[in-house]
Design a protein around this ligand. Structure first.
Ligand SMILES: *Cc1c(COP(=O)(O)O)cnc(C)c1O
Length: 357
């Protein structure tokens, strides 16, 4: 007998390249979560949450940090804390906190967003100056500048540290506050060797995610001055983010923070290998040199991106359509280098079937 039952019934494992949010806790992380000491965090009683907040703040070179259920909440707490209704904030046109957070700045903070057009999410001090309003009663008060590093819709693009400093210097000259959406700041640091605290230094506040490439099941944090963090703690409660025995999930985040940062280099190597493999498949337009961290973007012209995504799904490879012709693939601890080679082979096969139709 060549085929035994197990072989016949085995469904092929999915290769999930949709996002680094699909990462599941490892056995060691689950063990740390099971063992976590907990208390009611709204009463300030949860030692694991406190440990996570202290280590996050230290790593980012800030006085304090606040654990939040999501990166969206961390970003929106920063905006709420830095502004008054009617203020204006400067954001890049593809910034997550503007593009992907359900209109939250308008609803939760009552602010206007003024968009700056960047190159893959990166803009300049001159862009900030061009968007400034004169100090005049006719205009909203410009209050806050937001950057995103790495830039999600920019395809995991890293902000060069010099350019961060240049934009920050311009913002300060004009009395503006600065927030960094650092959901994937870990990736920027691993890729460049620039420590997180150095990237974070020019900013008043920084948000970071534990639930992306770091592989924790839940949570983000907002770091900044102690008084600011205490101020937005009340808004966290108001937004519904006061959690009770949150040490269970914070333990996963703490484990990720301590053990999963360095391994992001593997994800970056896998993303580069994926881009190189795709570049060899003629029909795809991809730019391997653009791959700086764990994201690969490619274009497809022979059929709509969503149709291609559906075909690939039927073959066990999951990716996301992020535009009519644009597809995104993200590497994470859920995919090995063997998976990457298998994904490239599947993509090539689906494309060649397509071209025969
Ligand atoms: C994922 C992400 C967030 C937060 O997302 P949540 O799903 O709310 O945790 C914030 N900023 C960027 C750049 C992101 O990629």
């Amino acid at each position: 007998m060549v085929h035994d039952d197990a072989m016949l019934h085995k469904t092929p494992r999915l290769i999930d390249l949709r996002s680094d949010t699909v990462t599941k806790p490892t056995p060691a992380m689950r063990e740390a979560m099971a063992q976590a000491e907990v208390g009611d965090d709204v009463f300030g009683d949860d030692p694991t949450v406190k440990a996570l907040e202290a280590e996050t703040a230290a790593l980012l070179g800030k006085e304090a940090a606040l654990y939040t259920p999501s990166g969206t909440m961390a970003n929106q707490l920063a905006i709420r804390g830095h502004t008054e209704p009617g203020d204006e904030i400067l954001v890049e046109a593809n910034a997550h906190l503007y593009y992907y957070e359900s209109g939250a700045p308008a609803v939760l903070s009552g602010v206007m967003c003024r968009c700056v057009n960047g190159q893959r999410g990166i803009f300049t001090g001159a862009d900030v100056e061009a968007a400034l309003r004169p100090a005049d009663q006719h205009f909203p008060r410009t209050r806050l500048v937001c950057l995103e590093n790495t830039h999600n819709r920019g395809g995991g693009k890293i902000w060069p540290i010099k350019q961060v400093q240049e934009v920050a210097a311009t913002a300060r000259q004009h009395g503006l506050l600065l927030h960094l959406d650092g959901a994937r700041l870990w990736n920027a640091s691993v890729a460049t060797g620039v420590p997180e605290r150095e990237y974070a230094a020019p900013f008043d506040t920084v948000s970071v995610c534990f639930s992306k490439g770091l592989g924790a099941p839940v949570g983000s944090a907002l770091a900044g001055p102690r008084a600011f963090i205490e101020h937005v703690r009340r808004f966290r409660k108001m937004f519904g983010g006061g959690m009770r025995q949150a040490g269970i999930i914070a333990a996963g985040a703490l484990f990720a923070l301590r053990n999963h940062r360095a391994r992001l280099a593997d994800d970056h190597a896998n993303a580069k290998a994926l881009a190189a493999g795709l570049a060899a498949v003629r029909v795809l337009e991809t730019e391997p040199a653009d791959v700086e961290t764990n994201m690969v973007r490619f274009c497809i012209r022979s059929l709509p991106a969503q149709q291609f995504v559906d075909r690939l799904r039927a073959e066990g490879v999951l990716v996301l359509a992020v535009g009519p012709n644009t597809i995104r693939a993200v590497t994470s601890l859920m995919v090995s280098s063997e998976d990457i080679q298998a994904a490239v082979a599947t993509i090539a096969r689906v494309l060649s079937q397509e071209s025969q139709h």
